[in-house]
Design a protein. Structure first.
Length: 150
């Protein structure tokens, strides 16, 4: 990943950490002027998610997977945890979120903040960057190790 002009170095570093942690990244809209960046990490029963509109506003969340088994990463309905604010804070909070099995993991669902939603008209074109095979489960391994070390 090469930093984009005007991209704060801290935000670039945190986005790089998300990719290294195994998140799938989706650039919504034209690459030269995207509408949003959405990154997601799927767990059994959960999806960790961040929607970055610009570097002043972003929202990260943990979304419960409904019984029917799918989450629309562009319009989740419920969350059990969310953080809204500047991109740097939202990315740091998401990277620091505990394993879903941790005793302190959030569990109570409530309506998803509107700032997680990317309207259909702003989703295309979409560039999707899945994690490399070696990184796909990195977040789960890292947080599992932290859970076992506590």
């Amino acid at each position: 990943m090469t930093p984009e002009p005007g991209l704060p170095p801290q935000v670039y570093g945190l986005l790089t950490e998300l990719v290294a942690d195994g998140f799938t990244a989706i650039c919504c809209g034209p690459k030269e002027a995207p509408h949003a960046l959405v990154a997601s990490y799927a767990w059994a029963g959960w999806v960790d998610l961040v929607t970055v509109r610009d570097f002043r506003r972003a929202c990260s969340a943990r979304v419960p997977v409904p019984e029917w088994g799918t989450v629309d990463v562009f319009a989740p309905e419920l969350v059990v945890w969310a953080y809204e604010g500047p991109a740097e804070g939202a990315l740091r909070a998401l990277l620091g979120l505990v394993h879903p099995e941790h005793p302190d993991a959030p569990r109570l669902a409530y309506p998803a903040p509107a700032s997680l939603h990317v309207p259909r008209a702003e989703q295309r074109p979409a560039s999707i960057r899945p994690p490399s095979p070696g990184r796909a489960g990195r977040r789960a391994r890292r947080l599992r190790a932290a859970l076992e070390d506590r």
